[in-house]
Design a protein around this ligand. Sequence first.
Ligand SMILES: [Cu+2]
Length: 147
Amino acid sequence: MNRTIRTQSRLLAVVAAAALALAACGGSNGAAPIPPNQTPGAGPDVEAPAAPEAQGTVITVIATDTSLQLSESTFSPGTYTFVLENQGSMPHDLAVEGPGVDPVASPLIGPGDTTELTVELQAGTYELWCTVGNHRALGMEATINVA
Ligand SMILES: [Cu+2]
């Protein structure tokens, strides 16, 4: 008889201990720090969206209706991106011709717009001009020497 009671109280103790352990465990789980939000794509590994990237040396070319004004006057061989800014009142473009460059032209852009033309310049003389109408004759041209 005695033995049975002891066994029962022992069992009770074990059950109580288990209940405590469970409670402690549950409590501990509840209090566990929430992992920081892992937002995929927000980390430093993510590459920025590919922006149109000017290649080589950037030269600004201001187009008025009667001139082309370049931001640089000395050139060495290499890759250049001419950024044409149309500050005139008519549509303009930018053409380039010289050693290794058959005439290439930028898109035609309206007043206030900007476009780009990337070319490889070698040593030599290059002509830049606007292909629209008689604009070249009006003064929309420039000559650069690459050395
Ligand atoms: Cu023009």
